[in-house]
Design a protein around this ligand. Structure first.
Ligand code: PLP
Length: 350
């Protein structure tokens, strides 16, 4: 991309296929249908989706109709594509053989009034109270007739907390409310749900975060390898005297003489401001704390005693520091770290 980049995002495609295979093992006989919404969680749907299709993925989920239209051009006509947002524009769904995930009774009616070429999924809301038809409304839905309902789904609110009582309750309500649709495939589990056990797998599972290197329960998991490796290059080194401060707000004051490196990666590249002051980065295999605030284009780090130059690369996220650890240090979740990776960071796929 640019002549001398100061930040880079390496995306490990072998780790992506490793995670896909690990999820297949964990899901048993259920089909594993990758969720590639939000540009494959920031990692680039254009590379991720065809790679997963080559490794056997036959069904994909996105959030928006626009994402589905792009995905269709990337994976060709064969894969099944579900759109979680619901049924908005029936002719567009028919033209590209996309499948809406119907969320409301109004969308269900719209579907029945439109072309029978549109195959759909139905979303039953068993406790998230966000998208989907309530279980008590399911009984009142008219029969689909000529129209084909291929899948019934629900979504777990607390899958990442294995002992949360809502998991078992949603499982029970999902079983009860899908009884109305004998022979229709069922799907409940996202990444965390897959690791709640075989009861949650049903016919198809919908992982996102575990494909992209996040653990199912917000902490690293032995099955899941890091996929995104984010690094920045040192732009400048400076010697700091005890008592001198660093950066906006002068929040960091050197306790002793020290060497400071300014690295070419900031919040516009996806390094959240909240990553300082508790975050660490890895330089030549050593963990070093951030010093001062993260600014838009750069952050600063204590490199006292290290043999570094103004071309040394510093790893923020990757093998040295897991996505979940970075998220915890920044007070957020791996999903937000990935989906906020800046568009200006060049992606390299290997
Ligand atoms: C985003 C999403 C998923 C994927 O969730 P992960 O926790 O990333 O595995 C699955 N199902 C639905 C309905 C979603 O919105």
């Amino acid at each position: 991309m640019s002549a001398s980049p100061t930040a880079r995002l390496n995306i490990d495609m072998a780790a992506l296929s490793h995670n896909y295979a690990a999820l297949k093992r964990a899901a048993g006989p259920a089909e594993v249908a990758p969720v590639v919404k939000a540009d494959a969680y920031g990692l680039g749907m254009a590379a991720v989706a065809p790679h997963l299709a080559r490794h056997g993925a036959r069904t994909f989920f996105v959030a928006r109709l626009a994402e589905a239209l792009t995905l269709r051009t990337l994976v060709g006509n064969d894969p099944v594509i579900y759109v979680l947002d619901g049924l908005t524009d029936p002719p567009a769904f028919a033209a590209q053989r996309l499948r809406p995930v119907i969320n409301t009774r109004v969308q269900y009616q719209l579907w029945l009034q439109g072309s029978a070429n549109v195959v759909a999924a139905l979303h039953i809301d068993t406790g998230m109270n966000r998208l989907g038809i309530r279980p008590d409304e399911v009984a009142a839905l008219p029969d689909a007739g000529e129209h084909k309902l291929a899948l019934v789904i629900s979504h777990l609110a607390c899958g990442d907390e294995p002992n949360h009582p809502l998991n078992a309750q949603q499982l029970r309500d999902f079983r009860a409310s899908t009884a109305r649709f004998p022979g229709v495939a069922r799907s409940l589990a996202n990444s965390p749900g897959i690791y709640l056990g075989p009861d949650y797998a049903f016919d198809l599972v919908r992982p996102g975060i575990c494909l992209y290197g996040g653990g199912p329960f917000g902490i690293p998991h032995p099955d899941i390898q890091p996929v995104a490796h984010l690094s920045g290059r040192i732009l400048q080194l400076r010697e700091l005297k005890a008592g001198e401060s660093v950066g906006y707000g002068a929040t960091f004051v050197a306790k002793r003489d020290m060497t400071l490196a300014t690295v070419g990666l900031g919040y516009a590249d996806g390094l959240l401001r909240s990553f300082a002051p508790s975050g660490f980065v890895t330089i030549k295999g050593e963990r070093r704390p951030l010093a001062g605030r993260v600014s838009m284009d750069v952050f600063t780090v204590d490199v006292t005693g290290l043999h570094v130059s103004d071309s040394t690369w510093v790893e923020i996220l990757g093998s040295s520091q897991n996505l979940d650890d970075v998220a915890t240090a920044a007070g957020t979740i791996g999903y937000e770290i990935l989906t906020r990776l800046g568009a200006r960071v060049p992606r390299h796929y290997a």
